[in-house]
Design a protein around this ligand. Structure first.
Ligand SMILES: Nc1ncnc2c1ncn2[C@@H]1O[C@H](COP(=O)(O)OP(=O)(O)O)[C@@H](O)[C@H]1O
Ligand SMILES: [Mg+2]
Length: 242
């Protein structure tokens, strides 16, 4: 379904990064992080631990309050608007609240990144149909987001994020609204993308997925980041996304 990526320098580097909203306290504290190309991490931690905020830094939704973030080798605080857009085009994002366009049907939502990239309509039709079928939405292809369930919208958001085979995929609790069998199927989709070179970070609370796939964890606790190489040894977390 996808072709192979080739990159060798780090995808993301955080050096002493702290982040706060407005005048509040630091929600991320002195984060050191290197994401190597082709790596696959779960991001874990309780609700409020800072997962969405850290993903927001990786997507340049926010700039750090202290320290430096580099994406694809470039310091994000030095980028022009055009450079930011150019980098964002290499990043696929599944937002926690999906952010689909309600006036476009499922097909057109997923096709959007390909249309922006100038891909031919015949190619678009083939890729989008194949992917929507893969995520079990072949019957909903012409449906508009307001007519769809949370789990269906979530799968459209996932399809849109992966359709143009980004260098980096950021997914914020992407299986929170689907059953366990579908959650695993979606993880296999991410895994296929990863095998072809995409670097992946998935925020999740789903212990079944964490235990099954055994990817290392970026674990956040009160804004501090801890790297966990052996997820199978952890216990005591909840099994639901939230
Ligand atoms: N837009 C915002 N303005 C102010 N505080 C926020 C905002 N978004 C998140 N926070 C706070 O930042 C902390 C981390 O939140 P978040 O990154 O959403 O955590 P998680 O995704 O792990 O649940 C929480 O204390 C949350 O209340
Ligand atoms: Mg969150």
């Amino acid at each position: 379904m996808f072709e192979k990526n080739k990159l060798s320098s780090p995808i993301a580097e955080f050096n002493g990064v702290s982040f706060r909203y407005g005048n509040g306290g630091d929600v991320l504290k002195d984060i050191q992080l290197t994401l190597q190309p082709g790596s696959f991490h779960f991001m874990t931690g309780e609700s409020g631990a800072g997962k969405t905020s850290l993903l927001g830094l990786l997507y340049m939704n926010h700039l750090p309050t202290r320290g430096r973030v580099r994406l694809f080798g470039k310091a994000v605080d030095t980028l022009s608007r055009a450079e930011k857009s150019q980098i964002r085009r290499q990043i696929g994002v599944v937002f926690q609240d999906y952010r689909l366009l309600n006036h476009l049907n499922a097909f057109d939502n997923v096709a959007l990144p390909l249309r922006i990239a100038g891909v031919k309509e015949t190619e678009i039709k083939r890729h989008v149909s194949e992917l929507l079928t893969w995520v079990g939405l072949e019957k909903q292809i012409r449906a508009f987001p307001p007519e769809l369930s949370g789990g269906e919208k979530q799968r459209i958001a996932i399809a849109r994020a992966v359709i143009n085979r980004p260098q980096l995929l950021l997914a914020d609790e992407p299986t929170g609204n689907v059953d366990d069998a579908m959650a695993k199927r979606l993880l296999y989709l991410f895994l296929e993308l990863n095998k072809l070179g995409t670097t992946i970070v998935i925020a999740t609370h789903n212990q079944n997925l964490i235990k099954h796939f055994k990817f290392p964890q970026l674990h956040l606790s009160h804004g501090h980041l801890e790297y966990i190489a052996t997820p199978a040894t952890r216990s005591g977390n909840t099994t639901e996304d939230n």
